[in-house]
Design a protein around this ligand. Structure first.
Ligand SMILES: N[C@@H](CCC(=O)N[C@@H](CS)C(=O)NCC(=O)O)C(=O)O
Length: 220
C-alpha cells in the first residue's frame, strides 16, 4: 500500500493529485503541522528534514516532491495513456527533467523564501524580512513569466505541450501558491497560465484532491 504523508495545500498536494491521476489505491496520513507533527521524532525518522511530504511505498520511504512524482510516474507506466512521463532517453524526457528540477530547485525554493522571509534574517529584523520577501516575489515574477512564455510558445494545453505529465500537478501547485500576491500579478492573471490553471481545475483528480483537502476559495 502507498501512503502519502500530507498537510492540506502543502507541497504534498502535487503528489496527492498525481496519485489520483494514476487511479491507484493509496492512503493519506495527515501530518498535523499545527501541532508540530512534522518535527516529531517519528516523522523525522521518515524525513530528517522535517518537511512535508513523505511517500511510503512498501519498504520505500521517499521525501522530496519531485522525486516522489518521478517515482510514481515510473512505477505506474500503464496507469495513464499516454504515460505521465515521456520515454526514457527521449528529448521530451530531458525537458521533463528540466522543468521538474527547475520547478523544485528554483520556483519552489524561492516560494519558501517568499513565505518565510524571517528565516533569512536575524530575529526581529522586520525591514530585512520585508526586503527578502520583495526580492523573492520579484524572482517569482520572472519564473511566472517564463512559464507563461513556455505555454505561449508550444500552445499547451499542458506544461510539456500536448502531453499531460507528472510535472503538471507541481506547476499547478506552485502557481496557486501565488494567489495572494499583492503588488505584482498572481499566476492566474497571466494570459497563458490563467487558462492553464482553469484546465487543471477541470481535471477530476485535481477536483478530488481539492475536495478531500478541503481547500477554501480562491483556489487559484
Ligand atoms: N524540497 C522539499 C520542500 C518541502 C517543504 O518545504 N514542505 C513544507 C510544506 S509546503 C514544509 O514541510 N514546511 C515545514 C517547515 O518548513 O518547517 C520538497 O519538495 O519536498
Amino acid at each position: 500500500m502507498i501512503t502519502l504523508h500530507y498537510f492540506p495545500s502543502n507541497a504534498s498536494f502535487a503528489a496527492h493529485v498525481l496519485l489520483r491521476e494514476l487511479g491507484v489505491p493509496f492512503e493519506l496520513q495527515l501530518v498535523d503541522r499545527t501541532q508540530g507533527a512534522h518535527k516529531s521524532p517519528a516523522y523525522l525518522k521518515l524525513n530528517p528534514n522535517g518537511l512535508i511530504p513523505v511517500l511510503v511505498d512498501g519498504d520505500l520511504v521517499l521525501y522530496e516532491t519531485a522525486a516522489i512524482l518521478l517515482h510514481l510516474a515510473d512505477t505506474h507506466p500503464q496507469a495513464a495513456i499516454p504515460a505521465l512521463a515521456p520515454a526514457l532517453g527521449s528529448a521530451e524526457r530531458a525537458h521533463f527533467y528540466k522543468w521538474l528540477f527547475w520547478l523544485s530547485n528554483t520556483v519552489q525554493a524561492t516560494m519558501i523564501t517568499y513565505f518565510y522571509p524571517d528565516r533569512s534574517v536575524d530575529e526581529g529584523n522586520a525591514a530585512g524580512a520585508a526586503q527578502v520577501k520583495a526580492r523573492a516575489q520579484a524572482r517569482l515574477d520572472g519564473c511566472l513569466g517564463q512559464i507563461d512564455g513556455l505555454l505561449a510558445g508550444h500552445g499547451g494545453p499542458w506544461l510539456l505541450g500536448s502531453r499531460y505529465s507528472a510535472a503538471d500537478p507541481l506547476a499547478f501547485m506552485l502557481c496557486r501558491w501565488t494567489r495572494g500576491f499583492a503588488g505584482s500579478m498572481p499566476a492566474r492573471d497571466y494570459p497563458h497560465i490563467g487558462p492553464y490553471l482553469q484546465r487543471m481545475l477541470q481535471r477530476p483528480a485535481v477536483k478530488q484532491a481539492i475536495e478531500v483537502e478541503k481547500l477554501p476559495p480562491p483556489l487559484v
